[in-house]
Design a protein around this ligand. Structure first.
Ligand SMILES: [Ca+2]
Ligand SMILES: [Ca+2]
Ligand SMILES: [Ca+2]
Length: 381
């Protein structure tokens, strides 16, 4: 299950260009300076909580879930006193806000060709993109500090979300389902509608198109519209880890582009995430708690139930105990206010797949104006 990635320390001045290589694990390290990294100039540490120091910053390129680590200290024969001694490990999702994992004592290397290195601290599955390794001191050298190699054991990527939500605009209290009028009118687009509305995709390589035949499905699993789903980092809730466009079934199931499967985030590490869901013209909700994805059996997160807590005061509309995303955002800015009412007025008497059609019946008319007015002064969370 686990993958091993070796980050070779290749120093170009002090700004690091490093490589990630998969390698055979022979677990020994040479004694040559070419295989090592050495800093002899103190420079400002990327973590402002630390003073100028000798440090190495890794950018893993994506957010990964890190498990164990392994360290090979500076192993040049006769110069092992330049090796890191007390070492601080910090990590960050964005390279700006840093959290400290731990500090630990790294043994001095033996300077021999069969030097084995040693196990470093375990990240315990923390999801992060940047790792910062700083020397607090060395094994005796007062000027330079070096390392040979660090290995991060990464957990595999890919998680799935099984969620249920209901949109107020399409909700039918008599059936306890959403009406699929846009589908039956044949106006739901076969490409995700969010890019053109200014929604920002993050860490998503999926081309989000659907087969037109998928919109022929009727019944409880009929597609009623597209949804936008975001995952936020547990340890940095302001940072979006990844987004996906999803499809919404009549019975509230949030599904992937085949119309039936759980929603996949293929480049997201297993871990805990805050989950946000938003419609084109419905306000977003965000889970109050970070939800475990990828580590356990798939359980459906039911946002129509008060048992699934979300952020904010009155963040969902309650119709007979069924909790719905608020309708009325005809301008796709995640706020309902006078601008939305103006938009529904300006687009009156138009039909088709319209942002201003907040009750999702394929028409923009007085009913949509009334709905934006009734939900005025609300914003998404
Ligand atoms: Ca279903
Ligand atoms: Ca708005
Ligand atoms: Ca309408």
């Amino acid at each position: 299950m686990k993958q091993y990635y070796t980050i070779s320390l290749m120093l170009v001045l002090f700004l690091l260009n490093f490589e990630i290589e998969a390698q055979e694990c022979n677990n020994t390290h040479s004694t040559t300076t070419e295989d090592s990294w050495l800093s002899c100039t103190l420079t400002p540490n990327p973590n402002p909580a630390r003073s100028s120091s000798h440090w190495v910053q890794y950018d893993l390129g994506y957010t990964y879930s890190i498990a164990s680590t392994k360290f090979w200290n500076y192993n040049v024969a006769g110069a092992t006193a330049q090796g890191f001694k007390n070492v601080a490990i910090d990590y960050s999702l964005d390279g700006i806000t840093w959290m400290t994992l731990t500090t630990f004592l790294l043994s001095e290397a033996d300077g021999l060709v069969d030097y084995l290195g040693e196990d470093g601290p375990d990240f315990g599955g923390i999801s992060t993109r940047y790792v910062l390794i700083s020397a607090i001191d060395t094994w005796g050298d007062g000027t330079c500090a070096g390392l040979s190699e660090v290995r991060f054991d990464l957990l595999p990527l890919g998680v799935e979300l099984s969620a249920k939500v209901m949109l107020e605009g399409a909700y039918n209290p008599s059936t306890l389902l959403m009406d699929d009028v846009l589908r039956s009118q044949g106006v739901i687009p076969t490409s995700e509608p969010f890019s053109s509305l200014g929604f920002v995709a993050v860490n998503n390589a999926v081309t989000e198109n659907i087969a037109p035949a998928l919109l022929n499905t009727t019944g409880n699993n009929a597609i009623i519209d597209w949804l936008f789903v975001s995952l936020y980092a547990e340890n940095d809730p302001g940072t979006v880890v990844a987004t996906r466009s999803a499809l919404l079934q009549k019975d509230g199931d949030v599904v992937d582009l085949d119309g039936v499967s759980s929603l996949a985030f293929s480049s997201v590490a297993a871990g805990n995430y805050f989950i946000a869901i938003r419609g084109r013209n419905h306000l977003s909700i965000t889970s109050l708690n970070a939800i475990s994805l990828g580590n356990a059996s798939l359980t459906t997160l039911d946002f129509t139930s008060s048992a699934t807590a979300v952020v904010g005061l009155n963040p969902r509309k309650n119709i007979n105990g069924v909790l719905l995303l608020w309708a009325g955002d005809a301008t796709a800015d995640n706020i309902v206010n006078a601008s939305d009412r103006a938009q529904t007025w300006n687009m009156r008497n138009q039909s088709s797949y319209l942002i201003s059609d907040v009750n999702m019946d394929g028409q923009c008319n007085a009913a949509d104006r009334a709905l934006t007015w009734n939900n005025r002064n609300k914003s998404g969370n």
